[in-house]
Design a protein around this ligand. Structure first.
Ligand SMILES: [Zn+2]
Length: 72
């Protein structure tokens, strides 16, 4: 069994999760939604799950969110 099969079984198909690349592409939009009080997790499905499992992207998210919310 390769690693993707194993991950697929552990995570299951119910919870969509972005890759780091997709996460990076959507991060600006996601942060805007979070800071704006929108339903970010509905608009960008899989982002929350990815941030939960990926410390590097979670760190990017936190710095960007602090930056954006500091501008308001
Ligand atoms: Zn990531």
């Amino acid at each position: 069994m390769n690693r993707d099969d194993l991950l697929g079984r552990v995570l299951g198909p119910a919870e969509p999760e972005l890759t780091c690349e997709q996460c990076f592409a959507e991060l600006d939009r996601y942060v805007e939604l979070v800071v704006g009080g929108e339903k970010a997790d509905e608009r960008v499905p899989g982002m929350k799950a990815h941030l939960h499992g990926c410390p590097a992207c979670a760190e990017d998210f936190r710095s960007l969110r602090d930056l954006v919310s500091g501008e308001r």
